[in-house]
Design a binder for this molecule. Structure first.
Ligand code: TYM
Length: 332
């Protein structure tokens, strides 16, 4: 019997993977994968809540799979799969929709942000998106959900929905906890450090991508916004740009903020910024090289996502069958 606790997490293949999703999520997935039974998903069904070019979505999905593996997630030890391959996600999402309230969905800050940014496409999927996320998590009887800070509210909603359902029907779902890293839970844009680093960032210099070339990464770090002082000091209230660079450096090297302050004492940003760039380049280099190799091996990637979906489906349908029975659907 598998005694290990369960982890579920996912990333939308709506663009290239960013340094934000690496430090906020994937890096921790890799660390936790040794102790837990893990399901890591490429959530393509979430991605279509904003308009996607079909060929690009397909490309991003496969590239993301290659990047998960290149980051250190071994498909033998982890269940890595594509969301749309396990239809239980859509099926449970429908049931969960009937246990999620209009009011609570209206309060989701990501919905408010995204609908303000996409006024011409505030579709129902964008609104009910956290319910699909709840279904993703609850299908696997998940204990822990490693995510960045911006997803915490969605995991809390998942807990509320699970508790509501359990309150009516008994202990059907395990109630999950979010796992938010102490450092790196919110990586900010390099050009506007008051905004989150995001793949939909309009300013190309603000965001770093896992597959970016070293010289482009260096250029972006050298141009990163700092402040009019010259001191490398962690002070996220008053020195947002520098503090963000310190978080990135800390995440890339494992050093603490005080170690970084000491390392750059008496040195200006002219030395600090390229040092952060280099640390990131070195951290990403093996990932990029391995992902470039894997992406060419279509047969291998196909075998990984096929096997992953089969494994995921076994657990997912067990939960779904239980839910269908509880709500009163006739067994087929
Ligand atoms: P997504 O695709 O926007 O982001 C993927 C993961 O990366 C984290 N992240 C960041 N962390 C720190 N700093 C940043 N700048 C940054 N940008 C992104 C996110 O917090 C997330 O952990 N709804 C989710 C995907 C999802 C999911 C799930 C996650 C769908 N179903 C079930 C967990 C469990 C999303 O849009 O993440």
């Amino acid at each position: 019997m598998d005694e290990k606790k369960v982890i579920f997490s996912g990333i939308q293949p709506s663009g290239e993977l960013t340094l934000g999703s690496y430090f906020g999520a994937i890096k921790n997935w890799v660390e936790l994968s040794k102790e837990y039974s893990c399901y890591y998903c490429i959530v393509d069904m979430h991605a279509i809540t904003s308009r996607q070019n079909p060929a690009e979505l397909r490309r991003h999905t496969l590239e993301q799979l290659a990047q998960y593996i290149a980051c250190g997630l071994d498909p033998k030890d982890n269940t890595i799969f594509i969301q749309s391959h396990v239809s239980a996600h859509a099926e449970l999402a429908w049931v969960m929709n009937c246990y999620a309230m209009y009011g609570e969905l209206s309060r989701m800050t990501q919905f408010k942000d995204k609908s303000a940014k996409n006024e011409d496409n505030i579709n129902a999927g964008l609104f009910t998106y956290p319910v699909l996320m709840a279904a993703d998590i609850l299908l696997y009887q998940t204990d822990l959900v490693p995510v960045g800070e911006d997803q915490k509210q969605h995991v809390e909603l998942t807990r509320d929905i699970a508790q509501r359902f359990n309150g009516v029907y008994g202990e059907v779902f395990r109630v999950p906890q979010p796992f938010i890293p102490k450092v790196g839970a919110r990586i900010m844009s390099l050009t506007s450090p008051e905004n989150k680093m995001s793949k939909s960032d309009k300013d190309p210099g603000g965001c770093i991508y896992l597959m970016q070339k070293p010289e482009e990464i260096m250029r972006s770090f050298k141009r990163a916004v700092t402040d009019s002082e010259t001191v490398v000091k962690y002070d996220p209230e008053n020195k947002r740009g520098v503090s963000n660079l310190m978080t990135i450096y800390a995440s890339a090297t494992g050093k603490s903020y005080s170690e970084i302050e000491k390392e750059f004492e008496g040195k200006g940003y002219g030395e600090f910024k390229p040092a952060v760039g280099e640390a990131v380049v070195e951290r990403l280099r093996p990932i990029r090289e391995e992902a470039e190799r894997l992406i060419k091996d279509k047969a291998y990637l196909e075998s990984v996502y096929r096997e992953g979906a089969e494994r995921a489906a076994r657990t997912a349908y067990k939960t779904l069958r239980k839910v269908y029975k509880k709500v009163g659907f006739v067994e087929k």
